[in-house]
Design a protein around this ligand. Structure first.
Ligand SMILES: [Fe+2]
Ligand SMILES: [Fe+2]
Length: 150
């Protein structure tokens, strides 16, 4: 309970005072197609910093390997892409961090956006399910752990 509250407060702080290493961000998105790059560039600095923390964690995590690693590195950069279509006000962002409820349904929006951009169904499916707590996919569960803590 205390840990969750501490994490939620940290999230609010990241929202209010984001920090992003632009060079690291630009290096990370080099792996994306020009179309995907253009969309993820629409994210706020706070969001980009979150995506980059995930990208770096998965880069270091040796339990992701081979094509699975490439897939999850891409997922790190695009899983919240649905947020670029419907921006929440600061009030709703803080409310979302405190209540953990997504008013914009960014997981489904993001998956549809990826399908429209011609991405693989696997990437779209993982994006659609990146907040699905009932997943039996161990790699996705690991990804969710990073997503919920970074
Ligand atoms: Fe998300
Ligand atoms: Fe996320």
């Amino acid at each position: 309970m205390f840990k969750t509250l501490k994490y939620r407060l940290w999230q609010v702080k990241q929202e209010l005072r984001p920090k992003l290493c632009l060079k690291a961000w630009e290096d990370a998105i080099q792996t994306l197609t020009p179309e995907l790059k253009a969309v993820v560039e629409k994210h706020s600095i706070t969001e980009k910093a979150h995506l980059l923390r995930l990208f770096e964690a998965i880069t270091k995590d040796m339990t992701f390997d081979g094509s699975n690693k490439d897939l999850y590195l891409k997922l790190a950069l695009v899983h919240d892409i649905g947020k670029t279509e419907m921006r929440l006000s600061l009030f709703f962002k803080v409310l979302k961090a405190v209540c953990n409820f997504d008013f914009a349904k960014h997981d489904k929006r993001g998956a549809n956006l990826l399908r429209n951009l011609g991405c693989s169904e696997e990437l779209a499916f993982l994006t659609e399910n990146h907040h699905n707590k009932n997943t039996k996919n161990k790699a996705l569960a690991k990804f969710q752990y990073y997503d919920n803590t970074l």
